[in-house]
Design a protein around this ligand. Structure first.
Ligand code: NOJ
Ligand code: NOJ
Length: 487
C-alpha cells in the first residue's frame, strides 16, 4: 500500500487482539489475493475523494463576497439559493476541518485550517453578540455578511448552538494541548456572566432552552427532537468538564444537572412497540406529513453527538434497529436501490418531498448515505473495543444482514472475539461501510463534485451543487473508517 493511502483504521485494544486481527486480514488476503487488490484500489478511490472534498470545502470557505469566517451552505445563489451561513451546516463543516487539522502533519496546511477555524469563531462571536440578550441564538440562518436572515423561516433551531459549542470545545481542547492557553482564554472561553465568550454563550443558551420546542434539523417540524437533544447533551457534557478545566465550577455543575435531565428526556424517545427511536415528540407546529417515525436524523444524532460513552452510540440496539428499518424502507421506495449491489442510497425520511429546489419528491442525500458508512465504522470500532456482541431481540434483524444464506445468531447469543460469527459481523460492517462509499462515489460527478441529493430514479445529482455539508460528511465518514491524511 502506498504510504499516503488510507488503511483501515486500527483500533486500540491489546496487541494480542491486534495480532489476531492481522492474522485474520492476512488469511483473507491469502485466500483471495484478487479481492485484496481490489480493496486497495477502492481504498485509493475513497482517499482521492477525501482530498477532493477537502479542497472543495476550502474553496467554499474562500468564496469572494463573504465576511471572513462565514461558511456558505453552497455557492449556489439561485434555484436553490443556498448562499447563506446556516449555523448547523457551518458547525458540522468546521468539525470536519477540525478533524482534518488533527490529522494533518503538514505545518502549512495546519496553519491554513486553523486560520479558517479561528475566522469562523470570530464570525460566530459577532453573530452571538448581536443577539444582545442571548435569547436568539437559535436563529438558524444568516446572510454571508453576518446579519440574521429575517424572512419567514422555521425558528428557532436549537441544534445549531449545540453543534457550534461541540466543535468549539473540541477546538479549544486541541489548542490547550498545544499550549495555547491565551488564545483559548481570549477567543473561546471566559467565565464571566452574563456570558460574552462564544462557547459559554452557547452553553448558557443550551442549558436554559433545551426543554423548549424548536424546529428540527430539516427546518420543517417543531417539537422535541432526538437529534437536537443528542447534540445538546454532548455540548453540555463536554461543556461541563471543559468549564471545570477553565475554573468555572458553578457553570459546570449547572450544565451537569441539565445533562441528567436531557438523558431522561432522550430515553423517552424509545418506542418499544415499534422497536424504534421516535425522531420527534410533542410536535406543536410545522409540517404534519411524517407518519412513520423514521428519520435519518437518528443516525445523524448518534454520529454528531460523537461520544463513545454508550449513550445511544453506534452499537445501541435502538439505534441499530432504527437504522435497519429506515434502510429497508429506502430500499423499497427508491427505484434506484433496486439495481446493483451498491450500498443502499439513503434519504432523509420516507415521506420527504423536498427535491432540493422544489417539492417534486424526496431523494437520497449524500449526507445520509455517508452517515450510514460512518455509523457502520463506529459500530465496528466499538464492538472491537468491547470484544463482544450481545444479540438481542432489538438488534437481531440488523445483524442478520451479515449472515446471508447462513444461520444468523439468535437473540440471547453472546458473540466473543474467538467466535467466527463475531468476525463475520465486523467484516460485514466494514464491507457495508464500503458499499455506502461506493454508492456515494457512483453518483458524484466524475471529477468529484457532490451536490445535496441524487435522484431516486436515475441517480443524477439534484439540489444545491457543491454543498459544504456533503463534503464535510464525506470527510468525517472517511476519517471514522480509515486512517491516513485527507489532504
Ligand atoms: C428548505 C429546508 O432546508 C428543507 O429542509 C425543507 O424541506 C424546505 N425548505 C421546505 O421547507
Ligand atoms: C436543507 C436542510 O434540510 C438543512 O438541514 C440545511 O441546513 C439546509 N438545507 C442548508 O444546507
Amino acid at each position: 500500500m502506498k504510504p499516503h493511502s488510507g488503511g483501515i483504521k486500527s483500533f486500540g485494544g491489546s496487541w494480542m487482539k491486534k495480532l489476531l486481527a492481522i492474522k485474520f486480514l492476512l488469511a483473507a488476503a491469502v485466500l483471495n489475493p484478487l479481492s485484496a487488490h481490489a480493496t486497495t484500489e477502492r481504498q485509493e478511490a475513497y482517499r482521492a475523494q477525501a482530498t477532493y472534498a477537502t479542497n472543495a470545502l476550502l474553496h467554499n470557505l474562500s468564496e469572494r463576497d463573504i465576511a471572513p469566517g462565514a461558511v456558505i451552505a453552497s455557492p449556489s445563489r439561485s434555484n436553490p439559493d443556498y448562499f447563506y451561513h446556516w449555523v448547523r451546516d457551518a458547525a458540522l463543516t468546521m468539525e470536519s476541518l477540525r478533524r482534518a487539522y488533527e490529522r494533518t502533519t503538514d505545518p502549512a496546511k495546519r496553519e491554513r485550517y486553523l486560520n479558517h477555524l479561528l475566522a469562523w469563531v470570530e464570525f460566530e462571536r459577532g453573530v452571538q453578540l448581536a443577539s444582545s440578550d442571548g435569547s436568539h441564538l437559535g436563529e438558524p440562518k444568516y446572510y454571508v455578511s453576518g446579519k440574521p436572515f429575517t424572512g419567514p423561516w422555521g425558528r428557532p433551531q436549537n441544534d445549531g448552538p449545540a453543534a457550534r459549542a461541540i466543535t468549539m470545545i473540541r477546538l479549544a481542547e486541541n489548542l490547550l494541548a498545544e499550549g495555547k492557553q491565551d488564545l483559548v482564554r481570549s477567543k473561546l472561553y471566559g467565565a464571566e456572566f452574563p456570558a460574552r465568550s462564544p462557547i459559554k454563550m452557547d452553553l448558557e443558551y443550551t442549558a436554559h432552552h433545551w426543554d423548549e420546542a424548536a424546529f428540527d434539523l430539516w427546518e420543517e417540524v417543531k417539537g422535541h427532537h432526538f437529534y437536537t437533544r443528542m447534540l445538546q447533551r454532548t455540548a453540555l457534557k463536554l461543556g461541563a468538564s471543559f468549564a471545570y478545566r477553565m475554573g468555572d465550577p458553578y457553570a459546570a455543575e449547572y450544565y451537569e444537572k441539565q445533562v441528567a435531565l436531557l438523558e431522561e428526556s432522550l430515553l423517552a424517545h424509545k418506542n418499544a412497540s415499534k422497536n424504534l427511536i421516535e425522531p420527534t415528540l410533542n410536535q406543536d407546529d410545522g409540517w404534519t406529513h411524517k407518519r412513520e417515525s423514521l428519520d435519518v436524523a437518528i443516525v445523524l444524532g448518534t454520529i454528531h453527538a460523537g461520544l463513545a460513552d454508550g449513550f445511544f452510540t453506534a452499537t445501541n440496539e435502538w439505534v441499530l434497529s432504527s437504522a435497519d428499518v429506515l434502510e429497508r424502507r429506502f430500499r423499497e421506495i427508491y427505484t434506484l436501490n433496486r439495481r446493483g449491489d451498491l450500498g443502499t442510497a439513503i434519504g432523509r425520511y420516507p415521506e420527504d418531498v423536498y427535491d432540493g429546489n422544489g417539492f417534486s419528491g424526496g431523494n437520497p442525500w449524500f449526507i445520509s448515505t455517508h452517515a450510514y458508512a460512518e455509523l457502520y465504522c463506529n459500530a465496528a470500532e466499538q464492538l472491537q473495543r468491547a470484544g463482544k456482541l450481545d444479540v438481542t431481540t432489538r438488534n437481531q434483524k440488523f445483524f442478520s444482514q451479515f449472515f446471508k444464506g447462513r444461520s444468523a445468531p439468535r437473540a440471547g447469543a453472546r458473540l466473543t472475539q474467538e467466535d467466527p460469527r463475531f468476525q463475520t459481523v465486523l467484516q460485514g460492517l466494514r464491507k457495508g461501510a464500503n458499499a455506502f462509499f461506493d454508492r456515494a462515489l457512483t453518483h458524484k460527478a466524475t471529477h468529484g463534485s457532490m451536490w445535496e441529493q441524487f435522484s431516486r430514479h436515475d441517480g443524477y445529482m439534484r439540489g444545491a451543487p457543491d454543498l459544504s455539508w456533503s463534503y464535510a460528511s464525506y470527510l468525517t465518514a472517511y476519517m471514522s473508517c480509515f486512517s491516513g491524511s485527507v489532504d
